[in-house]
Design a protein around this ligand. Structure first.
Ligand code: PMV
Length: 338
């Protein structure tokens, strides 16, 4: 059996604007998805998923993965989860030149589904690495990132940026601008995440921003302003000692930019009452800054606070179902069991 894990991520800055070629800085976090793969004698794929915000399910199918057996969980969630796994399997078969390879796959994830923490990217990245290794092929991280992006691109009908998949494969903080993806140095940022228990519809939210941007020049300017926030933030990170504990001054400056970014995202219509409420809960508790992370509409916020106050305050915020600290994951995809 081959087991690989890959981290989820938060956006320090730049979601949505990244879709239009502005830079973004996602950071990998120590909440991981783990995928176990065992090759089979036939060409079937059998998938068992646990903790995918589902009650857990097992499905088995043959050949092209078109069949969807009855399972006792909502069809759209199974479709979404299975779509990512199907495409990861396709990428692994292609990379290993083994079009008929079959697998038993088990997915375990600590990352809430569709909540802005890159759950699908982590599953696809870990899945491609584990399945290719199980077939005796070792891909480098950049190729895993690229293949994972192709998989996400297909499932999401072309609306995916490279941010999630590159960040999950490489780990640490990364900078993504169009097809140009690079790891960047970052201090040890004290992320705190608040999760409202829900999820946003990424496709709809991205389409909403696209419409606003086409209708109003000031909306297009807002998207560009997010790019400006990211460029400011990048300079701050470049001046900091990599891996160090960040100074209060640096956290204050980064936090101010996060607050600004959240304001711009709200103007573009992708925040939600629950997200705003958690953002304000974090700020009032003394977080250096707080913003939604990912597509928005529901899901998670990320705040910066080296102390416990923000996590505690969020855990008492009515709209927050779960609050937790998210360490920056310096390691991207990795082998857990060969
Ligand atoms: O919610 P997530 O983690 O899927 O992030 C979506 C981020 C967007 O910028 C809105 C879209 C994208 O693919 O970059």
């Amino acid at each position: 059996m081959t087991v690989c894990s890959a981290p989820g991520k938060v956006y320090l800055f730049g979601e949505h604007a990244v879709v239009y070629g502005e830079p973004a800085i996602p950071c990998a976090i120590e909440q991981r998805a783990s995928v176990s793969v065992e090759p089979r004698e036939d060409d079937h794929v059998r998938v068992t998923a646990e903790d995918l915000s589902l009650d857990g399910f097992t499905v088995e199918y043959a050949g092209d993965g078109e069949e969807r057996p009855d399972v006792d969980v909502p069809a759209n969630l199974v479709e979404a989860a299975m779509g990512y796994i199907d495409h990861a399997v396709e990428q692994a078969r292609d990379a290993a030149d083994a079009p008929d390879a079959g697998f038993d796959i088990t997915v375990e994830s600590e990352i809430p589904l569709g909540a802005g923490l890159g759950s699908s990217a982590a599953v696809v990245v870990a899945g491609i690495d584990a399945a290719t290794r199980a077939l005796g092929v070792e891909l480098d991280r950049r190729e895993i990132a690229d293949r994972a992006y192709q998989a996400e691109y297909e499932v999401q009908d072309g609306e995916a940026s490279r941010a999630d998949t590159f960040c999950s494969a490489m780990g640490g903080a990364v900078r993504v601008e169009g097809d140009d993806c690079e790891p960047i140095d970052a201090p040890n940022l004290p992320f705190v995440v608040g999760f409202d228990g829900g999820a946003g519809d990424t496709g709809k939210l991205v389409a909403g921003v696209r419409e606003l941007r086409e209708e109003y020049e000031f909306a297009a300017d807002t998207v560009e302003s997010i790019g400006d926030v990211v460029r400011e933030g990048e300079e701050l990170l470049a001046d900091a000692e990599p891996g160090s504990e960040p100074s209060p001054e640096l956290l204050a400056e980064l936090g101010e930019l996060m607050d600004f970014d959240h304001g711009l995202l709200s103007a573009l219509g992708v925040s939600a009452r629950s997200l705003d409420s958690m953002v304000w809960g974090a700020r009032e508790a003394g977080a250096h800054g707080a913003k939604l992370t990912g597509a928005g509409g529901g899901g998670c916020i990320v705040a910066l606070d080296p102390a416990d106050a923000t996590e505690t305050a969020l855990s008492y915020t009515r709209e927050c179902e779960e609050a937790f600290r998210a360490e920056l994951a310096t390691e991207g995809v990795r082998v857990e069991e060969a």
